[in-house]
Design a protein around this ligand. Structure first.
Ligand code: G1P
Length: 287
């Protein structure tokens, strides 16, 4: 059973400067909730009970969001806004949230390594903050966990990307051509500059065996001069099978400005109290 998840959230968020100077990227709002909240909700709906968020020293806003705010609760109580009290108490969606600090931003692999003690030798999930999923039937992470339970080996959540986008992702090298949703991999390469091995891109969800920590400890720097999780996953293939699984759902790359805007519009159109007003604005702009 996969009960623990890691969310790396220690990066500088340089693609969203200058706002990320003061507001962590993970706290950018999609309407009235931070992006991180949607990711935690997905984790909880997938059976995750304990979540470790890897933060850096300037990410106090993340901790504030999950803490009780007694002054605000008192204020809402005096105004008899009891529904709002429920709303601000449920920011963790029922998960136990823990934090650890990544002292130096050396890359995603280095961030995940900070979770070793918390994970304590069990298989675990990783959710990246840039990727927000909306799935009709089953949350994206639950789909991946079910696939992990079938294969009992590390598995990477993937989606097909266009040829020109392969340089932005970790790209999978399938062992053989297959139309099955779960595919065994013979390689994976982080942000290939040329000759991508496929169009199957790692899309921000992983279920990994704890063996990954041993490899991360002596992982040399790779793409972007960073300690890459992808490079340790490649080495993991020497001792264990690693699979990819094409998740079903709509993915928003909220690390990009256009993906972030799309998420706001789509989430707005799904909100009963906003959809008519928003539709009206969109129609008048596109006339
Ligand atoms: C990270 C991973 C990459 C993955 C991507 C998904 O890259 O290193 O393998 O495909 O997330 O969003 P980043 O976007 O943080 O540079």
């Amino acid at each position: 059973m996969i009960k623990k998840a890691v969310i790396p959230a220690a990066g500088w968020g340089t693609r969203f400067l200058p706002i990320t100077k003061a507001v962590p990227k993970e706290m950018l709002p999609i309407i009235d909730k931070p992006a991180l909240s949607y990711i935690i909700e997905e984790a909880v709906d997938s059976g995750i009970e304990e979540i470790l968020i890897i933060i850096s020293s300037n990410k106090g806003a993340i901790q504030s969001y999950f803490k009780y705010n007694l002054e605000l609760e008192q204020f809402l109580k005096e105004k008899n806004k009891l529904d709002d009290i429920k709303l601000i108490r449920q920011t963790h969606h029922g998960a136990k949230i823990f934090y650890t600090t990544q002292e130096e931003q050396l890359g995603l692999g280095h961030a995940v390594l900070q979770a070793e003690k918390f994970i304590n030798g069990e298989p675990f999930a990783v959710l990246l903050g840039d990727d927000v999923y909306v799935s009709e039937d089953k949350p994206a992470l639950k789909q991946l966990i079910d696939a992990f339970n079938e294969k009992k080996s590390s598995i990477l959540g993937t989606m097909e990307v266009s040829d020109e986008d392969t340089k932005l992702y970790g790209i999978c090298m399938p062992k053989e051509d297959s139309s099955k949703p779960i595919v065994e991999l013979k390689g994976v390469v982080e942000k290939p500059k040329s000759n991508p091995p496929s169009n199957s891109a790692i899309s921000g969800r992983y279920v990994l065996t704890p063996k990954i920590f041993e490899l991360l400890k002596n992982q040399t720097r790779g793409a972007g001069n960073e300690i890459q999780l992808t490079d340790s996953i490649l080495r993991l293939m020497d001792s264990e099978k690693v699979y990819s699984f094409d998740m079903i759902g709509k993915r928003y790359d909220i690390g990009s400005k256009i993906g972030y805007l799309e998420a706001i519009i789509d989430f707005g159109l799904k909100r009963e109290e906003l959809k008519d007003g928003l539709m009206h604005i969109l129609k008048s702009k596109t006339k």
